[in-house]
Write a protein that binds this ligand. Sequence first.
Ligand code: SAH
Length: 454
Amino acid sequence: MKKNQVCQTEITGMTAEGNGVCRIENMAVFVPRTAVGDILEVRIVKILKNYAFGIIENILTPASGRTTPSCPVFRQCGGCAFQHVDYQTELQYKENFVRDAFARIGKLTPVFEPILGSDSRYDYRNKAQYPVAEQDGHLVCGFYAKHSHRVIPFKECCLQPEIFTKILNYLLPALESAHISAYDEKNHSGELRHIYLRKGFYSGEIMLCFISRVSVRKKIKHILPDIQKHFPEIKSITESVNPDKTNVIMGKNISVLMGAACITDKMCNCKIDISPQSFYQVNTPQAEKLYQIAKRYADLHGNETLLDLYCGAGTIGLSMADSVKSLIGVEVIPSAVENAWQNAEQNDITNAEFYCGDAGTITETLLKKKLSPDVIVLDPPRKGCDDLTIQSVVQMNPSRIVMISCNPATAARDAAKFASSGYITEKVKAVDLFPNTAHVEVVLLLSRQNSENK
Ligand code: SAH
């Protein structure tokens, strides 16, 4: 196989990253923006030891399910993977990713409940973090091109609320007039790294956070009242200084420039305060459905002790608090834990408490204090749970574990570890929180095999 060679081929599979797979000269070739069943001419663009990458040279026979992408920068932007297929096809791919992860990585055979699609395929995101760059002497922001840090400026993004675009169109010239420079990653110079926006789905309240290498507070002070006058929905303007050479977006601290430190929204009928550093699911109505499935799996009767690990601002546990005797949440980000306490209080939930720290360390401590929850909810970040957390959870001996994860691969890996300690994965349901992207959420029910122990 040679670079630039063009071959006729059929796409026979789809990877969890959203690349179509074909075999050419006995080698797997990954081709983005293709559909299973496409007959194509593919140009080989990169050859590695065991696989290669190609791009579409020509579509000879399109697969059923192909459709026209609605976004003009779909080909350049790294955000979406599936705009070229209809939603049913996208859901089918995602269901397969999940089944495949559990079979291949977890070696498990749970019951798979059908995937739950999102009511809206567009406009669902409540959050965006736009990298800022300078192009042709002007500040621009947009998204990174796939596998790169080149900023693709966009006029609008169909996954996000329209008002975000309006705010950016207003902000960029205002920031230019305040002589704000864009952060330059290569030289680690310049000022503004990202503009971060979040909108409460039900409340409509907007949070604006400037993420900068060095504080721009003094330089932009005079433009803030105008921003709020133009966009009264903006209830909170903050700055996070991140002086490090890093891919991590947020700095360690947040300071309020104008308005409140948080915005308020609603989830599962709970009033929820969220600070910029608190995790908050990006697709609110779909996350509410996810939490309802988690609650069904938790099978609560009002007398349980519930441990909610990786609880963020407390959303999942608080949505179940009316059905348990007591709720304990654990989360590592201090401002999220503050939100969680506040969220319990403002919803008159008095049976909840929250601990700030590492999930494994705190669970181990709670275990030593003889805490014995009936049900444990785990909602770890993409990398999954560490061994200390898994061991401590197992030793707590709950009847049921409900795991929620945005990464089916690590969820399957962790489910296999729980299986070797006597917890079988009974049910798995994929929930599409991120239409058009290759991401998919899963919720799992793990049950203790010999329930007589308790
Ligand atoms: N359950 C919440 C948040 C889930 S996201 C919700 O549904 O909104 C995962 C959360 O785990 C984040 O809030 C993150 O800050 C937290 N986290 C990451 N590593 C952690 C650790 N080692 N210990 C405790 N929490 C952690």
